[in-house]
Design a protein around this ligand. Structure first.
Ligand code: ZN
Length: 336
């Protein structure tokens, strides 16, 4: 079992970071995205050894960065892509890494592996351990409120994922049941429920609490070598949605929509799921997400065939009968 990554929380903790790092290690290579860099640039305090606006996580692109960038420690600033690209540079070059996540929506800053894309799909590889993860509350509050609140997505998904895992194991499917991971998954959702109003408020306490849950989930992903306790039919719904409709929305909001719908189809405390979304103020109505009920319905109709074709983990999605009654339950689950 690994350790939780070292993390510093506070207002303005990412300000002046360039100056501090440069004094001890030389100017860093900064791997970032336009919005968070615009927030930190003025007080960064040093000229970066190189400034990279991350363009993706394709293997070829990442290896190009490793080949072409000047030497120096690496500082990642931004969302999941910036975190992962910075991890790749750090791991391949054996240089120190610091991370500044700009949204509390992903656990990429808290996991060892990188989600690298190539012609055959997404592969997880690498082994990154940052010197420090800096969670700057001021920086996170600069993001639009709905993106910050949508950050509950990959924590909230534990609700339906743990249920699917138990369902699969009872029918003889991998990965094997781990009582501790399953119990933690339940506890994480109840902590999220308690924390939800503070997340809605975007308070320091709400942001720190949510990041602590992402940090724990990141460690559990590494410890168990899979994310079954956090990824189930709600994610598969999201993937089917993207496949069928050819576009997507914020991952955390789409995942939350998946939890609302799949918990209703599982018969797994849908009212509890709904309460968490209400308390955290997460957007979930199709019109506010810029999608239509028709698109959701199309994704649900495709879901059972999709999970089998893609060879996804066994879940309620394998056995769903998507008839008018099921569609009515799904529609009711997001109508509040
Ligand atoms: Zn996810």
């Amino acid at each position: 079992m690994g350790d939780l990554f070292a993390t510093t929380y506070g207002r303005g903790v990412a300000q002046g970071l360039g100056r501090d790092l440069a004094a001890r290690h030389g100017p860093p290579v900064v791997v970032t995205q336009p919005e968070p860099w615009a927030s930190l640039e003025a007080d960064f305090g040093v000229q970066p050894a190189a400034l990279v606006m991350v363009e993706g996580l394709e293997r070829e692109y990442l290896d190009g960065l490793v080949r072409d960038l000047p030497a120096g420690p690496v500082l990642g600033i931004g969302g999941g892509s910036a975190m992962d690209a910075a991890k790749w540079l750090h791991w391949r070059r054996g240089v120190p890494l610091w991370q500044v996540p700009s949204l509390p929506s992903v656990n990429a800053c808290f996991t060892h592996m990188v989600a690298v894309r190539d012609a055959t799909g997404v592969h997880y590889s690498g082994d990154a351990i940052p010197e420090m993860v800096f969670v700057d509350f001021d920086l996170m509050r600069e993001a639009p409120a709905h993106l910050l609140r949508g950050g509950i997505g990959d924590v909230f998904t534990c609700h339906t994922a743990r249920w699917d895992w138990e369902y699969a194991v009872a029918r003889g499917h991998d990965p094997a049941w781990e009582e501790h991971a399953a119990a933690e998954s339940l506890r994480i959702v109840s902590e999220l429920h308690a924390l939800a109003p503070a997340i809605r408020e975007r308070s320091d306490e709400g942001i720190e609490g949510l990041m602590e849950l992402h940090r724990l989930i990141g460690k559990m992903c590494d410890d168990y070598g899979h994310a079954r306790f956090e990824e189930g039919s709600e994610h598969f719904f999201a993937y089917a949605f993207e496949f069928v409709n050819g576009h997507t929305i914020m991952h955390g909001e789409l995942g939350s929509l998946g939890v609302l719908i799949m918990s209703a189809l599982q018969g797994n405390r849908p009212e509890y799921a709904r309460e968490i979304v209400e308390r955290a103020g997460v957007r979930h109505r199709p019109e506010e997400l810029g999608i239509t009920w028709h698109e959701i319905e199309a994704a649900l109709r495709e879901l059972p065939a999709f999970v089998k074709r893609e060879g996804l983990w066994y879940s309620i999605a394998n056995d769903l009968l998507v008839d008018e009654a099921a569609l009515a339950r799904a529609r009711e689950a997001i109508d509040f």
